[in-house]
Design a protein around this ligand. Sequence first.
Ligand code: ADP
Ligand code: MG
Length: 257
Amino acid sequence: MSLLQVRKVTKRFGGLTAVDDVSFDVFEGTIKALIGPNGAGKSTLFNALTGFDRPDSGSVVFAGAELVGRRPRDTVRAGVARTFQNTQLFDELTAGENVMVGRQARQRRGFTAALLRLPSALAEDRDARAEAGRLLRLIGIEEWVDVPAADLPAGIRRLVEIARALATGPRLLLLDEPAAGLNATESRELVQTLYRVRDAGITVVIVEHHMGLVMEVSDEIVVLDRGRKIAEGPPRMIQKDPAVIAAYLGEGGDDDD
Ligand SMILES: Nc1ncnc2c1ncn2[C@@H]1O[C@H](COP(=O)(O)OP(=O)(O)O)[C@@H](O)[C@H]1O
Ligand SMILES: [Mg+2]
């Protein structure tokens, strides 16, 4: 079943068309990758899917409901969670507290209100604590629960961000370059985490430059180049697609087709 339908999404910044008429589906229970050279429009597309950037045109239907026009926190409530290309943890909070912040985001009071109540109100929230522990266990990093985010290794920070996004209770998880800054061991752990997340019934869309990881984990790949979708299909097909190879070699050329 198609959980997410992206239809003819276009986003312009002044004269630049950052995302140009892009359409694809994401099927429930799968991992889909969104790849493309720097500046291809991947992060802009994520922003358009999650209410951070309103597309100029097009539609994004998630579980039957239109997401375009919703604010970020309303997309979270609808069941879409994301991480950002640059890690966004609260350095002075522990790993566990950072995850609890994610849980607050799905509750009725606003995200900012939840933040203003930190840390005393959160400390009392035993459910939140138990849930944070459960998610850190799912991700395999429970031993870091009481460590301040500022002291976490890069790889663990990435995984805490994923746990925090999961704390919002999503059906769809969008990850923007989760392997950036990870060493080989940490990347392998990330792969296992992604499988565990998928096996927990959560659909995943991942933007990633680390091709080995993308080819290993994805069921399907969408390739963007200068805002346009130039290919879509399973990893084996994408690997030998001439348009994809050309885009990555910087030989996409001067086409305006
Ligand atoms: N807020 C913005 N204002 C103006 N231009 C932007 C903005 N965000 C992104 N862009 C431009 O849109 C294009 C796509 O950027 P981005 O989505 O970040 O690419 P990617 O994530 O694939 O590297 C780039 O040319 C970038 O400079
Ligand atoms: Mg990006």
